[in-house]
Design a protein around this ligand. Structure first.
Ligand SMILES: C[S@@+](CC[C@H](N)C(=O)[O-])C[C@H]1O[C@@H](n2cnc3c(N)ncnc32)[C@H](O)[C@@H]1O
Length: 277
């Protein structure tokens, strides 16, 4: 690439891609970027690449002699990745619009696998990790990030209170199952081990997602797309409206007391390795 050719920030394309990823993904992606080996000449697999911010970042940070294979079945996001690649003139990212399990990646060919909020959230994480293991060369490293059980604890406690107060205690086990479906460090270690990887390091931390109150939280576009469908599914369709009205009120009351609505997000960045030889 000719780096002397300037990118003009006033072009419509630059404006379109300028703030190109959800802040939610960024928190986790930064944890990966702080830890992955940045070396020239690597073949990198981005598992569940989404619109590819991590693929693009690694392709640029590792340089033109490295190659990133970005795999995701989400066509619209991958097409956006293709537009971003064309805009930046990047030729060392190969998008594959497919499930990881069926993507044709040569065995023992990948040096580094990254997955930001991906692998362990896939529908069939064990099969996806097996595909990663096949693609990885012996000694290859895998870095994944995930949010953990305990995520948005303040929201779920308010949900539990509302269900109890309204007398819908039969829904509490559904709420508990939803809360518990999230990863733990142990469950991710187990998945990795089952696929043949050895866990090398686990970094956990907690950050906070802050909102003015429940009304703001529930109307946030990313909450509505990323979380609301599963939250609504905890109660039958006819109860969604009254339960969420009560929940909004409850969260607003909490926010009045605390000065804001602050949600706990525990996260992990886990590093594993395919054993040598
Ligand atoms: C929470 S998003 C994360 C996207 C991106 N890594 C980020 O951090 O913004 C999870 C991604 O995994 C993708 N995904 C789900 N199942 C997959 C599979 N079997 N193989 C590859 N990608 C998959 C989804 O399409 C989605 O883009």
């Amino acid at each position: 690439m000719d780096y002397l050719t300037e990118i003009n920030y006033q072009t419509p394309e630059f404006a379109e891609y300028f703030d190109e990823l959800p802040l939610w993904s960024a928190r986790f992606g930064i944890a990966l970027l702080e830890r992955v080996p940045l070396r020239p000449g690597q073949t990198i697999l981005d598992a569940g690449a989404g619109s590819g911010f991590l693929s693009i970042e690694l392709a640029q940070r590792c340089g033109e002699t490295s190659r990133v294979i970005a795999v995701d079945p989400w066509r619209a996001a991958m097409q956006r990745l293709e537009r971003k690649l064309a805009h930046a003139g990047l030729r060392n990212v190969q998008p594959i619009i497919q499930d990881l399990e069926s993507a044709e990646i040569p065995a023992n060919s990948v040096d580094l696998i990254v997955s930001n909020l991906g692998l362990n959230n896939f529908e069939a994480p064990a099969a996806a990790l097996q595909a990663c293991f096949r693609a990885a060369r012996p000694g290859a490293r895998l870095f994944l990030t995930t949010n953990l059980v305990g995520h948005m604890d303040e929201f779920y406690r308010a949900y539990e209170t509302v269900l109890t107060e309204l007398g819908y205690v039969d829904r509490l086990p559904y709420l508990a199952a939803h809360v518990q479906h999230r990863a733990t460090v142990e469950s991710v270690h187990h998945l990795l081990r089952e696929a043949g990887f050895t866990t090398v390091a686990t970094h956990t931390s907690i950050f906070r997602e802050r909102y003015a109150n429940g009304s703001a939280l529930l109307r946030h576009a990313f909450i509505r797309v990323g979380f609301m469908p599963a939250w609504k599914a905890i109660v039958p369709a006819e109860l969604v409206q009254p339960v969420f009205a009560a929940l909004e009120q409850r969260l607003n009351l909490e926010a009045d007391r605390q000065g804001e609505l602050s949600l706990t997000i525990p996260m992990a960045c886990i590093e594993a390795q395919k054993p040598e030889g």
